[in-house]
Design a protein around this ligand. Structure first.
Ligand code: SAM
Ligand code: 2KA
Ligand code: SF4
Ligand code: MG
Length: 218
């Protein structure tokens, strides 16, 4: 059984695949926060911009098996006459609490490339086509390689240097959006200015903007 908060067709807003048409599957639940505002200040991850509680979002629900969820997600990819490879982004919440090899295989059988957005604290099933790892504070990383490392910046007590030698093809810094839940970052720092300055001084890192928020889409 899979629990999905919401699923939708939009443009990937972040990272190295930004701008690409994608079906998003947002799984319910996370191992670093309950999702309740009352728990935010004491959570292992405190700056989350996402509601991942329950299954009540658009095209959300509970799905009995991989085939049922894969069919549901496939129906969200419009028919473009086959000119582009369908693309699904599994996110959450923390997708690796639920995503398994059976669901990855079911999406591949339906012609999709499979992307994952993870906090990097849980093992990754085989066969992922684009793996994005976004470390959260001091929470232990078990995923130390992938396609992109996308660090939200600045995070108290964390500097990008500690991730710079990991085995990723691309390194992105993404300014922390401090709107969710009020100011959860360091109020003395302007995340955009800090991130731009860091990328200018350390060209290994590229700026990732949350372009879906600029464009006003999901
Ligand atoms: C909501 S998370 C879900 C996936 C997974 N749990 C993770 O943390 O990577 C999706 C992406 O949004 C980023 N993100 C979450 N809150 C953010 C914020 N306030 N500002 C900028 N990026 C944020 C995360 O770092 C992650 O890359
Ligand atoms: N458009 C869009 N792009 C995204 N890339 C990662 C997202 C996420 O919440 O994981 C996200 C999202 O929520 N919307
Ligand atoms: S950003 Fe990711 S790890 Fe942090 S609370 Fe949100 S879903 Fe969980
Ligand atoms: Mg998001």
């Amino acid at each position: 059984m899979y629990s999905v908060k919401e699923a939708f067709y939009s443009l990937q807003g972040e990272g190295g695949q930004a701008g690409r048409a994608s079906v998003f599957c947002r799984f319910s639940g996370c191992n670093l926060w309950s999702g309740r505002e009352a728990d935010r200040a004491s959570a292992a991850c405190r700056f989350c911009d996402t509601d991942f509680v329950g299954t009540d979002g658009q095209h959300g629900g509970r799905f009995r098996d991989a085939a049922a969820l894969a069919d549901h997600l496939t129906a969200l990819w419009p028919d473009h006459g086959g000119v582009a490879t369908p693309y699904v982004v599994f996110t959450g919440g923390e997708p690796l609490l639920q995503l398994d090899a059976a669901l990855v295989a079911a999406m591949h059988e339906r012609g999709f490339e499979v992307a994952v957005e993870t906090n990097g604290t849980l093992p990754v099933p085989a066969g992922i086509d684009w793996l994005c790892v976004s470390p959260k504070g001091d929470n232990p990383l078990v995923v130390t390689g992938g396609d992109e490392l996308k660090l939200v910046h600045p995070q108290a007590g964390i500097t990008p240097e500690r991730f710079a030698r990991l085995d990723f093809a691309h390194f992105f810094l993404q300014p922390m959006d401090t709107a969710p839940g009020g100011l959860s970052g360091d109020a003395a720092l302007d995340p955009m200015a800090e991130t731009v300055a860091y990328c200018l001084a350390h060209p290994q890192w590229r700026l990732s903007l949350q372009t879906h928020k600029i464009a006003g889409v999901d």
